[in-house]
Design a protein around this ligand. Structure first.
Ligand SMILES: [Zn+2]
Length: 86
């Protein structure tokens, strides 16, 4: 009998190559550990239907989206004034 793969598919997130960018919080060129996406607001009556089989554009390529890079989540929350930021 053939073995059938059991269980749910893995929910691993895609691995993103680490890169350095200017941190919005503290202003330094640091390794990006947290990326904040500012998505354009959608009209209440025009919410796009999510279709998981459809191909989705990368968030940063979506028109109107603004991407902010932070060196850490702490930096994002405190805007560079946190204890872990320097
Ligand atoms: Zn920072």
């Amino acid at each position: 009998m053939r073995k059938v793969k059991m269980g749910r598919p893995s929910k691993k997130r895609p691995y993103i190559e680490p890169f350095r960018k200017k941190c919005v919080g503290c202003g330094g060129i640091r390794w990006v550990k947290y990326t904040h996406y500012v998505m354009p607001t959608v009209s209440q009556f025009d919410i796009p239907v999510y279709n998981r089989n459809e191909e989705h554009a990368e968030r940063k390529t979506i028109k109107g989206a603004n991407v902010e890079y932070y060196c850490g989540y702490d930096c994002y929350q405190t805007n560079g004034k946190g204890e872990n930021c320097k």
